[in-house]
Design a protein around this ligand. Structure first.
Ligand code: DAH
Length: 350
């Protein structure tokens, strides 16, 4: 850059500073930034031209252009602060502070859709006498599997493949994992207290899973457990029916079908009649008229024995559901991955 090129840098710098002093708003600032510091901005152009100067001039010219650049950047930062301070104080046209002008609305956050639905579901069970309890996301194999009647070589473990922790106990085993469901809290709670037990357990779970529109590798579950003298399958049905009506509408009907989970006997899956088509069959219910919303069953005697409850005296029911899936149904969300993609366009709709 010749003498005149260095002078050009000075020139651009002075112009830029003068223009910056005239900016009044965020839009002005952005336009200014683009004009001088943007990819095709005046100063950027000069910086780029340094490379094509004769070698003996490059150094001085580069230094001049770079120092102008950092001057402009710090001037911009100062101007941003100055304008922000002025705006915050509600300056009137002449720049004087007018405390009677209305304030600038601050952007207010909202609750995450998962939080909203978890609260709604827990509130529904709360109204039926269930307490809300939370548990550890890092769990022992012992609680995640063994205490739930899923021994080491049990094929049902395939249903709950997960992420193991690189941790060994004294026996050289690696028994810690990211919990695959919230069911382990069943045993933890029963070990700690005598019946009656009525709890719901919301919390995060993890699985070694390929993700798609209906599968995430991390998600929430809400576990439920009720144990007392004389609890029957009719209590399970009544409680879950009431839940479905509270969350999905008073006109809901429910259906229970046999299913297998090692920690319940008998085990069921519960469906509600499709609220979109009222059971006629549509895209949401896969043309069946029914939507599966959770697994449930009568607590297996082995699980009760494992925690020291006498299965001849006590019986109970348990259930587990995925709140994101419930939210997807309720709010018409078609991809579970949206929940944790942190896209404000999605999140701000709730
Ligand atoms: N833990 C089960 C799962 O992750 C869900 C479940 C099914 C929980 C049946 C229960 C139950 O308590 O009784 O698939």
């Amino acid at each position: 850059m010749s003498e005149s090129a260095t002078a050009r840098v000075e020139h651009v710098r002075d112009d830029a500073l003068a223009a910056l002093a005239r900016t009044e708003s965020t839009e002005d600032l952005e336009a200014w930034r683009i004009a001088f510091l943007g990819r095709r901005g005046h100063l950027t152009g000069l910086l780029r031209a340094v490379g094509s100067l004769p070698p003996d001039q490059r150094r001085a010219a580069g230094e001049a252009a770079n120092s102008a650049k950092s001057d402009l950047e710090s001037a911009l930062a100062e101007r941003v602060d100055a304008l922000a301070a002025g705006e915050g104080l509600n300056t009137g046209q002449d720049g004087a502070i007018d405390v009677t002008l209305p304030g600038w609305p601050a952007p207010v956050g909202g609750l995450h859709p998962t939080t909203l639905i978890v609260r709604e579901i827990c509130d529904a069970f709360n109204s039926m006498g269930f307490q809300v309890v939370e548990g550890p996301e890092v769990e022992w194999d012992h609680y995640n599997f063994e205490m739930l009647n899923i021994p080491k070589d049990h094929p049902a473990r395939d249903m709950w493949n997960t992420l193991w922790l690189d941790y060994e106990d004294e026996a050289g085993e690696t028994p810690m994992l990211l919990r695959t469901h919230t069911s382990p809290m069943q045993a933890r709670i029963m070990e700690e207290q005598e019946p009656p037990v009525r709890v719901v357990v919301p919390g995060k779970c993890y699985r070694y899973e390929a993700t798609d529109a209906t599968h995430e590798w991390h998600f929430f579950q809400i576990e439920g457990l009720a144990v007392d003298r004389g609890i029957t399958f009719a209590d399970l049905k009544g409680t879950l029916y009431e839940f479905a009506r509270l969350v999905f509408g008073q006109e809901r009907r429910v259906r229970f079908r046999c299913d297998y989970f090692p920690f319940v006997e008998p085990g069921v899956d519960m469906s509600i009649d499709c609220f979109a088509c009222a059971g006629d069959g549509c895209r949401i219910c896969g043309e069946t008229g029914w939507i599966e919303i959770m697994g449930a069953g009568m607590v297996h005697p082995k699980v009760l024995e494992g925690v020291g409850y006498d299965p001849n005296i006590y019986t109970g029911f348990a259930f587990g559901m995925g709140p994101e899936r419930i939210a997807m149904l309720k709010y018409g969300i078609d991809d579970i991955r949206l929940f944790y993609a942190n896209d404000l366009r999605f999140l701000s709709q709730f």
